[in-house]
Design a protein around this ligand. Structure first.
Ligand code: GLN
Length: 276
């Protein structure tokens, strides 16, 4: 079996199973089985698969057909130009979350002390640690499994991040210049309607945001008031349904509250400045 025909067969199988982007997915899974970059497939379509490669490829296709997201099979996802390790214990970093990094660069470029609440894979904390000269980056998560993944990413990418297992920011002290968070924000009633790859595979603790989706934000704002220095920034990722609720959560001690949209034109980040 050559790589070229393995690709065609894989694509047909995935298409038959209703998997979106069947060709691309087959390429990614075949590369993972071959432990090669994608460009190799184009330069070596005649590559003969070894038995082991063929078995791996077959297993990956089978897993994808059962609904497992490609990133949980390859254990990789790119975020802000870097490759992150992921496992089923963390939310797969989304391109939308890069808007949080961009907003941080726009309003809080000089922030020296940064806190990421609910870091998951560590995508935000690691990226923020590497993008600017920081003095301290702290990242929290309630999940020990997530912190293991975040630790691996920090180590692999050479970022200095202090990881703390706690619920949101409970027990933390200190004065931060910037707090970021992409908390769970799917309203309870919408969980059942999520894409099945998300609903059945990604961690519920990273998705479910209580009755209206904004509960984590109402808990984080008071923590931010405790942990930010006056003039410090809080930057959230949000879902488009909860913009009004999150704006309301900021309360009277905040200024310069501003929403930013993602590439689809939907509200995706909110930043505010703590002005007690
Ligand atoms: N963006 C994710 C989704 O739509 C949700 C992430 C979150 O709840 N923080 O599936």
């Amino acid at each position: 079996m050559t790589a070229g025909s393995a690709l065609r067969q894989g694509q047909a199988l995935l298409e038959g199973g209703g998997v979106a982007e069947a060709r691309l997915t087959a390429e990614v899974l075949l590369c993972h089985a071959l432990r090669r970059e994608r460009v190799y497939l184009y330069s070596h379509p005649e590559h003969e698969l070894s038995t082991v490669e063929w078995l791996h490829y077959g297993r990956y296709l089978h897993e994808r057909l059962k609904g497992k997201p490609t990133q949980y099979i390859t254990r990789r996802q790119e975020f802000f130009g870097r490759e992150f390790v992921v496992s089923a214990e963390v939310l797969i970093p989304r391109p939308e979350t890069e808007h949080v990094v961009e907003r941080a660069a726009a309003v809080a470029r000089e922030a020296r002390r940064v806190l990421d609440i609910g870091t998951g894979s560590g995508a935000l904390a690691v990226t923020l640690a590497l993008e600017q000269g920081r003095e301290l980056v702290v990242a929290t998560d309630i999940s020990a499994g997530a912190l293991r993944v975040a630790r691996e990413n920090a180590r692999r990418l050479g970022a200095l991040v202090r990881l703390v297992r706690t619920d949101l920011a409970a027990g933390l002290g200190g004065a931060f210049d910037l707090i970021v968070s992409n908390p769970p924000y799917i309203p309870e009633s919408e969980i059942a309607h999520l894409q099945h790859e998300v609903r059945d595979w990604e961690p519920r603790v990273a998705l479910a945001g209580g009755a209206d989706g904004a509960e984590p934000y109402r808990r984080i704002v008071p923590e931010a008031e405790r942990l930010l220095r006056p003039g410090g920034w809080l930057i959230f990722e949000i879902g488009f349904q909860i913009e009004a609720a999150v704006r309301a959560a900021f309360g009277p001690r905040w200024r310069d509250i501003e929403t930013g949209c993602d590439l689809a034109g939907l509200p995706r980040v909110i930043s505010g400045r703590y002005a007690p």
